[in-house]
Design a protein around this ligand. Structure first.
Ligand SMILES: Cc1ncc(COP(=O)(O)O)c(C=O)c1O
Length: 495
């Protein structure tokens, strides 16, 4: 066969060489990469796209309109500069500014600069963690970071883990592994005991994994929102009495609303005495491991599995979580072999293929950004940042307590604080005003607040995981809540 090599190599005259848009060893593609990255970085770094605002206030309809005006797939591409102007700029202009001090709605953190630098490397190298030959260094980075994390969590030497897309995936994987000990019996009659305040991903995972509808048993909590150990004991006794198999006890270290940390040590005693898998959902509170407050997680080391999220308290770009296992042998149910990927007859000796620890196949090298963050900011820096958020939250609770139009639900445990607007016209109107106030302040770009239901009533929730959400910012937000709520109430009275 005659192959015209020259024709294959040369782009036809007057046609752009599209291959330069694919990052590779060629000078042209590296130049294209540099130019694109510098322009994107400059767009973010110069700050003019957002002009320091929390949110542009544009309605859903307005955003759809903007996008409808853009041809997403033109015949002839616009080039990077125009694409950044048409798409990149509005993507910044109409983003929720997660680094804004008044973005205090959700467990949705501002991002650490070293992690953003790592994201460039993660994306540009595009390593995939499924097999070692697709990620030689990155696979070992993940192992190294997991070794550090299991040490921080106080797990035994046999412990290891796997990076995940976040708490939901970590929780589901843990429940899958716990259930695997019982085969089909788990789905028929398995019980998962967890507090009534635990994250909804526990219930959702049980449903996805094929557990029966009543498999998740909600255990009562105390006044601070922590799982009651006596109620857990009673729940376990009842479940066993009904012939159910206790597949797992799921404790929470940092509930989503109250930040409550279940009594891990006592729960560990109970689980150990009955040989039940103890999973700790530390997606939120696990951040304390990086601070002087790690002692508040005493008992974490009793767990069979732990969910950690770094895109909550550790300032990591989404997505970034990990599942830790006290005994890495418990990953066995995920260790299926594929001829093309991790065959029985390994081509690379004992090189680890991390697909054997994950529900995913292709998987990002997210451990690199955690490693870069830990190394660049260090123990003291992370401790200072986390302590600042806890201190801000304590001060916020005080500020709420000092306002007669607000009522604090509970003293904060971590970095969330729940409080209620008090209306002279009663609780139903207070609920309505709370929801409306949230929307008004969001659209005005004044504050992104959350609301949640607590004790049957709608409460405001501040999530203060940005160290810059200092007391002065919180005072302004609380004043804005008061002014807006009173205005809405007056309007309601007149209507
Ligand atoms: C306690 C807890 N567990 C799990 C999750 C789910 O984590 P992710 O959103 O990373 O899936 C959350 C989310 O807020 C959470 O608060």
């Amino acid at each position: 066969m005659n192959v015209n090599v020259a024709a294959l190599k040369a782009a036809p005259a007057n046609e752009p060489d599209y291959a330069d848009q694919i990052l590779g060893p060629s000078t042209a593609s590296r130049r294209a990469f540099r130019e694109a990255m510098l322009q994107a970085v400059e767009l973010v770094a110069d700050g003019t796209a957002t002009a320091g605002s929390l949110y542009s206030g544009t309605s859903v309809q307005g955003l759809r309109g903007l996008l409808d005006n853009i041809d997403p797939l033109p015949d002839v591409g616009t080039g990077i500069a125009a694409a950044l102007a048409d798409i990149g700029r509005p993507a910044l202009e109409h983003a929720l500014a997660v680094g804004h001090p008044a973005a205090v709605a959700h467990l949705h953190c501002p991002v650490a600069v070293p992690a953003l630098a790592a994201e460039v490397l993660i994306s540009a190298t595009n390593q995939s963690l499924d097999s070692w030959d697709q990620s030689p260094f990155a696979t070992l980075v993940e192992e190294r970071v997991l070794a550090e994390l299991t040490k921080l969590a106080g797990l035994p030497a046999l412990a290891s883990g796997s990076f995940t897309s976040g708490g939901s995936q970590s929780n589901m994987t843990a429940l899958y592994l716990a259930a695997a000990r019982f085969g089909a019996q788990a789905r028929r009659s398995g019980a998962i005991l967890t507090s009534e305040q635990s994250h909804f991903s526990i219930r959702k995972s049980a449903a996805i994994l094929g557990f029966a509808d009543d498999a998740v048993i909600a255990i009562a909590t105390d006044a601070e929102g922590r799982m009651s150990v006596s109620a857990l004991e009673a729940g376990l006794r009842r479940a066993v009495g009904e012939g159910r198999v206790p597949v797992a006890v799921v404790a929470t270290a940092g509930t989503t609303d109250l930040g409550a940390i279940d009594p891990l040590d006592e729960i560990g005693n109970l689980a150990a005495a009955r040989d039940i898998w103890m999973h700790v959902d530390a997606a939120y509170g696990g951040g304390l491991l990086f601070s002087r407050h790690r002692g508040r997680l005493a008992g974490l080391e009793r767990a069979h599995s732990i969910a950690l999220d770094f895109h909550k308290m550790l300032f990591q770009p989404i997505s970034c979580g990990a599942l830790l296992l006290a005994d890495q042998a418990h990953f066995a149910p995920l260790a299926s072999k594929a001829d093309y990927l991790n065959p029985e007859d390994a081509a690379f000796g004992d090189a680890p293929n991390l697909v054997e620890r994950s529900m995913q196949t292709t998987r990002r090298a997210d451990a690199l950004k955690v490693l870069m963050t830990m190394r660049a900011i260090g123990r003291d820096g992370l401790d200072a940042l986390i302590c600042q958020t806890l201190e801000n939250t304590r001060a916020a609770a005080e500020a709420i307590g000092a306002r007669d139009y607000l009522r604090l639900a509970r003293p904060p445990s971590l970095s969330t604080v729940l409080f209620r607007y008090v209306s002279a016209s009663g609780p139903d109107l207070a609920d309505e005003i709370t929801l409306k106030t949230r929307a008004v302040l969001f659209h005005a770009g004044i504050a992104a607040l959350a609301t949640t239901v607590f004790d049957g009533r709608i409460h405001f929730k501040l999530t203060l995981i940005n160290p810059r959400s200092t007391p002065d910012v919180v005072h302004r937000v609380l004043d804005a809540i008061g002014e807006t709520a009173r205005e809405l109430e007056t309007h309601h009275a007149r209507a």
